[in-house]
Design a protein around this ligand. Structure first.
Ligand SMILES: Cc1cc2nc3c(=O)[nH]c(=O)nc-3n(C[C@H](O)[C@H](O)[C@H](O)COP(=O)(O)OP(=O)(O)OC[C@H]3O[C@@H](n4cnc5c(N)ncnc54)[C@H](O)[C@@H]3O)c2cc1C
Length: 306
């Protein structure tokens, strides 16, 4: 096998795992397939000692701190296929479109490939994503605190998110873009927190040059001025590698793992957003560290049989 561990993904989870495995003298390849999920955000918040750092700078520091560990390689490599080979794995990938495909074999694989957010197909959502359109008040609520805010969505999801966001601002309005499918109990809870509901169809979002939200335009021509809009967007996995290997997924499509971040496929681990649970950069980094320790111990058991 070329490597002890192939880490697929060079976000917070993957780089953190590489650091710990490098410190274990393990031969590691980190396949860096491109930007992280939060690429469009101006800052990573709530990351101890790095509050507000630009996403690209956080990962640049992560890669820089791998340099002393000469058993760790980071390559620009998109992994396209992953299959079992004996007790390990064989992966293929490509760098740029012109490169010959790379073949990598490894004893263990850590999937740290993250997720993508599926935004409503309305003008402005994609353009303002990460700045005027936000996914998480724990990440960005403080930046828009006490300002007029909107929460987009329907049904129970929007109700829970609106009640949460109302801890950051007393001026919150739910916008549902058509029938909100809100139960009478949901309407009562929203009313109690003085959260308004607008169920008219939305034409689009209008932002500023700095990608802040200026207003929501409704199909009837009316406008609602808001400083930011929150939503819980559906997600999909960045790669089908786990599914193609037959790994178990949960009902939301996340890669199932046990308490040691082991997937249902022997030797395949998953860390960060790709697996179920709260999605935060710091938690992804902690996952990477955890997975690295579990993997190193599994390799040690294989090398030192009873
Ligand atoms: C707009 C936005 C703002 C956010 N703000 C915050 C915040 O302020 N604070 C916070 O804690 N969290 C924030 N988050 C959440 C945070 O971005 C994620 O929790 C974190 O990025 C998860 O890290 P990860 O390593 O699991 O995945 P990612 O950071 O998404 O990294 C996955 C990596 O895998 C790579 N990859 C995917 N497929 C392949 C492949 N086939 N081959 C090789 N590489 C591959 C990707 O290119 C990517 O680099 C934000 C999210 C969004 C969307």
């Amino acid at each position: 096998m070329d490597y002890d561990v192939l880490i697929i993904g060079a976000g917070s989870a993957g780089l953190s795992a590489a650091l710990t495995l490098g410190r274990c003298l393990r031969r590691v390849l980190v396949a860096d397939g491109g930007p992280p999920r939060n690429e469009q955000s101006p800052g990573v918040h709530g990351f101890l000692t790095r509050d507000g750092i630009r996403p690209a700078e956080l990962l640049r520091l992560g890669q820089e701190q791998l340099k002393p560990y000469d058993t760790v390689e980071v390559k620009c490599l998109q992994i396209d296929t992953l299959e079992r080979q004996g007790r390990g794995f064989r992966a293929t990938g490509h760098g740029t479109a012109d490169d010959a495909p790379a073949v990598i074999t490894a004893r263990r694989v850590l999937l740290a490939t993250g997720v993508s957010d599926i935004l409503p197909p309305l003008p402005g959502f994609r353009e303002l994503w990460g700045r005027g359109v936000l996914h998480c008040p724990y990440c960005h609520g403080w930046e828009v605190r006490h300002q007029p805010l909107a929460v987009y969505g329907q049904g129970r999801t929007v109700t829970g998110l609106a009640l949460l966001v109302s801890r950051w601002s007393r001026d919150v309005i739910v916008v549902t873009n058509g029938p909100g499918h809100l139960s009478s109990n949901a309407r009562r809870r929203l009313r109690r927190e003085k959260i308004g509901i607008r169920e008219e169809p939305i034409k689009g979002l209008v932002g500023t040059l700095g990608r802040d939200l200026r207003c929501i335009q409704f199909a009837d021509g009316s406008e609602l001025e808001r400083a930011a809009l929150f939503l819980h967007a559906p997600q999909h996995q960045r790669t089908p590698l786990a599914a193609n290997l037959g790994a178990r997924l949960n009902s939301k499509g996340a890669v199932w793992v046990d308490s040691k971040l082991h997937t249902s496929i022997a030797g395949l681990y998953a860390a960060g957003d790709t697996k179920p649970g709260t999605q935060q950069a710091l938690l992804a980094a902690a996952d990477g560290n955890h997975a690295a320790i579990v993997i190193n111990e599994s390799l040690t058991r294989e090398e030192c049989p009873r």
